[in-house]
Ligand binder design. Structure first.
Ligand code: ADP
Length: 624
């Protein structure tokens, strides 16, 4: 079960950050923050990575000597005849080097599978731990679809890079210097030709690859924007259907898709330019130049047959290989750019100071110890001079000078027109935004508002449920398994047991994404059942009885009255009739408390509340 009112979970103090966060994200993110994050992650398993790489290094060394052995073999055949013993020695060495290459390669693969594959996926766990530990405003300012797709992007890029590092980069790092070295050993001119070719390809390849990369980046941007747009349409399918906007949305998606297609064309053009320029260098420059040069050297006796044969086999192996090098360098740049873009989206723009460290850095609970006040919240709360503006519009005051003392067990109703600040007040009590020290007090002692939030259970206006079973939704937040009997008792008290047992699989029925298979009233009763299990001294109800038919309203109202017995209640409501039985009603206007008192007192005062009361039609407040 969650902690009760006597025990408040200890949370991380404001401004405290996990060690890894403070290293990686301290202040504004640097241009390579994503790379630094990944390197930090790789450092946690560097031993395993080195073991795998060592195997691939040995494998690549074995294959690098093949041209030398080919040369020796050809020379031996030419000099001694095909039946000479030395020929068989070279043949054996050639076969042996190939076998060694293969054995180490397979060994590397097996090690990679055992030691590294899971790391590629765990990277996403670390990222998810960071994301889910971010404070509330983080999620308000971002597209949820983009958050998950960028976490997946970093994971994919990391896996691809890890894969390439073991299977490609190691080979490149060993074989390219070996190739150039062997060519220098054959003769200086061949060495210079190959070295020159490598450098030329790097220069030309870098330029064209950069253009190709920019074009591919544009394509990725267009694609992700379109993906976001499509997710937004599907998420708002109710509006699309209600306003019959299917055709308009389809046309808009097609219009945006054309931009993606244009970007894809441009990107493939630069790919072609890249490969063509590489081919020009290898086929039209390196091959003719080096073949003619080595033929000349061989004819003039400056090159032995062994050296000539070595040169030829290096040339054949080199062509395919060198292309891969330039391409891989370009790919690496692209991967790093994608990584940085995703990382900066996830952790760049918003401060992560208030993030709770979730994941390997804090394996126990994900919550860190608050060194602040040890006051126990028993339902008595005081707000003192509370003022608030949203971080994205800091100059626009939404709440000002809210001073309010709520006694344990008191039932407070909060009313006011739309935009007066009711929801904001609830968000602050729930700890979504940090408040300055001293504005929230419990038993006269200042506490942080997220410490207060831990003593609050909350029934929101419209409960979005997880696409899990009804049972899982009711027990959501309970830290240990809740006995079936308790779940059913909570559901019964919330007037939910009846419709749950009529559902196809009872408590095991899946509720559909965001609880779409249930009515608003049913979702709300599930939220109330959840609040019954989540037994806290303070209960916040956010317009809990609006948008319900009258039968649901009666059931919900009755369930709520059961729920709030003995608790401190802060209820935001549009229906003033539901507030009649409150001990006190707070009237908010433009973020200030303008009146407070009981229903009767406020009516007698003939002020704003009375005006609201007069103007309400059918029990609903006017919304503007
Ligand atoms: P109520 O619940 O009384 O209708 P709210 O507390 O939702 O009012 O809103 C109060 C004011 O704060 C409104 O002017 C609203 O536009 C603004 N507001 C609400 N949420 C945000 C936000 N996330 N960022 C910036 N301003 C906001």
């Amino acid at each position: 079960m969650r902690p009760t009112g006597e025990e408040i979970p200890r949370q991380q103090p404001r401004g405290a950050v996990s060690r890894a966060d403070s290293q990686v994200d301290g202040g504004a993110l640097g241009p390579h923050a994503g790379l630094r994050f990944l390197l930090g992650f790789v450092a946690t398993f560097r031993g395993a990575l080195l073991a795998v790489m060592a195997s691939f290094v040995a494998s690549s060394l074995a294959i690098s000597v093949l041209p030398v052995l080919v040369g020796r073999l050809v020379q031996a055949v030419a000099r001694e005849g095909v039946s000479a013993g030395v020929v068989y020695w070279y043949a054996l060495l050639l076969i042996g080097a190939n076998l060694i290459h293969d054995l180490f390669w397979r060994g590397g693969e097996v090690l990679y599978r055992r030691l590294l594959v899971h790391r590629g996926y765990e990277c996403e766990d670390v990222l998810f731990g960071r994301v889910i530990g971010q404070p509330y405003p983080y999620f308000v300012g971002k597209f949820t679809g983009k958050i998950s797709s960028f976490v997946a992007t970093i994971g994919r890029e990391f896996r691809d890079t890890l894969d390439a590092a073991c299977f490609t980069y190691v080979e490149l790092v060993v074989r390219i210097p070996a190739t150039v070295f062997i060519m220098f050993a054959v003769n200086v001119w061949s060495g210079l030709t190959f070295l020159g070719a490598v450098l030329l390809m790097l220069v030309v390849g870098r330029r064209t690859a950069r253009r190709a990369f920019r074009a591919e980046k544009k394509l990725a941007d267009e694609t992700s924007e379109l993906d976001g747009h499509v997710i937004d349409i599907i998420a708002n399918f109710v509006s699309v259907k209600s306003f019959h906007q299917e055709r308009a949305e389809y046309a808009e998606v097609r219009r945006r898709r054309r931009r993606v297609i244009d970007a894809a064309r441009r990107s493939s053009l630069w790919d072609i330019v890249f490969w063509a320029s590489m081919a020009v260098i290898v086929r039209y420059l390196v091959w003719p130049l080096s073949i003619l040069l080595n033929l000349y050297l061989y004819r003039s006796g400056q090159l032995s047959l062994a050296e000539f044969a070595t040169f030829l086999s290096v040339l054949v192996m080199f062509s395919d290989f060198i292309w891969m090098m330039v391409w891989e360098i370009a790919q690496l740049n692209l991967r790093l750019a994608r990584l940085e873009e995703a990382y900066h989206y996830l952790f760049g723009a918003d401060p992560v100071q208030a993030a709770i460290a979730v994941g390997p850095e804090s394996p126990a609970s994900g919550l860190q110890v608050d060194a602040g006040s040890s006051a126990v919240v028993s339902g008595q709360v005081e707000l003192r001079g509370l003022a608030f503006a949203y971080p994205d519009s800091p100059t626009r005051s939404v709440l000002s000078d809210i001073t309010l003392a709520i006694a344990a067990g008191e039932k407070i109703g909060v009313v006011g027109r739309s935009g007066s600040g009711k929801t904001t007040l609830v968000k602050l009590l729930l700890g979504y935004y940090p408040l300055p020290a001293g504005t929230v007090l419990v038993s006269g002692c200042p506490v942080s508002n997220d410490r207060l939030a831990a003593a609050i259970s909350y029934v929101p206006q419209d409960t979005a449920l997880f696409h899990r079973s009804i049972r899982d939704n009711i027990t959501y937040g309970a830290s240990v398994a809740v006995p079936e009997q308790e779940v059913q008792t909570a559901a019964t008290r919330a007037h939910a047991h009846g419709f749950i047992t009529r559902a196809p699989q009872g408590y095991d029925t899946l509720v559909g994404e965001r609880g779409i298979r249930l009515s608003t009233g049913q979702r709300q009763r599930i939220a109330i059942a959840r609040a019954f299990l989540d037994d806290k001294p303070i209960l916040i109800l956010d317009e809990a009885t609006s948008a319900l038919d009258s039968e649901s309203e009666v059931l919900v109202q009755h369930a709520l009255e059961q729920l709030w017995a003995g608790k401190t209640v802060i209820a935001v409501a549009h229906r003033l009739s539901t507030l009649r039985n409150m001990d006190r009603i707070i009237v908010l206007a433009d973020g200030e408390i303008v009146e407070q008192g009981t229903h009767t007192e406020l009516l007698a005062a003939a002020g704003r509340y009375q005006a609201l009361w007069e103007r309400q039609s059918g029990g609903m407040l006017p919304v503007d």
